[in-house]
Ligand binder design. Sequence first.
Ligand SMILES: Nc1ncnc2c1ncn2[C@@H]1O[C@H](COP(=O)(O)OP(=O)(O)OP(=O)(O)O)[C@@H](O)[C@H]1O
Length: 233
Amino acid sequence: MSQSSNDPATMIEMIKVTKQYPPNIAALHDISISISAGEMLFLIGRSGAGKTTLLKLLCGMETPSAGLIEINGTATNDLHGNALAKLRQKIGVAYQDFRLLLNRTVAENIAISMEVSYKKPQLIQKRVKDLLEQLDLSDKHDTIAEELSRGEQQRITLARSVANSPTMILVDEPTGNLDATTTTRVMDLLKKSNKAGATIVIATHDSSLYDNTSHRVCELRHGEMYSINGALL
Ligand SMILES: Nc1ncnc2c1ncn2[C@@H]1O[C@H](COP(=O)(O)OP(=O)(O)OP(=O)(O)O)[C@@H](O)[C@H]1O
């Protein structure tokens, strides 16, 4: 059946995706899910359930052992080199291991994705300033990243992931090291990016993020995906 013009376009399509790490660790099993453009989705599940693996598959950091993944209509399985780099430019990622450039300033770290896509310096400066304000880190603009606390590094990673207004944002445990007020600021930033059109997948253990949400919540259990009401997807 063809898609009606009123249906939102699909941003992420996973079809029977399985991921096995060598020698025989089954991280994800037969996952099928469609995520619409502009959707915000919470991915929950116990430690080791496969959340990070799923996010890594979506940005091409890992490849599926079986099945198909399409991002905005393009199958990622066969993407390499420039084509993969081009796809990644449209994806903002904020993962648990931060990967900040520790010897560079906070502002330089946030600016990277915008510089890579040749945004104007004035625009970059304004965006960096706005993001730091939003995350209550304005005083850290010129601080070297390695001098930040873990919670501050986590917020800079998030700011970097949304800075270039990507079409898709993948976030792994965005609030793990944060207090309640800072958690609200982080979620407000993600909601703002979502309102601006970004498709967002948030992997989290923090039930305060999704307890009263109107967004979809999916749970991974031992590598299988369930909707929050317990039905196998
Ligand atoms: N590079 C790897 N090589 C081998 N096994 C891996 C690798 N990465 C993850 N795994 C295994 O795959 C399974 C899923 O791991 P994953 O990191 O995706 O879980 P998670 O739900 O994100 O956990 P957490 O909440 O603790 O971050 C686990 O059994 C893990 O040990």
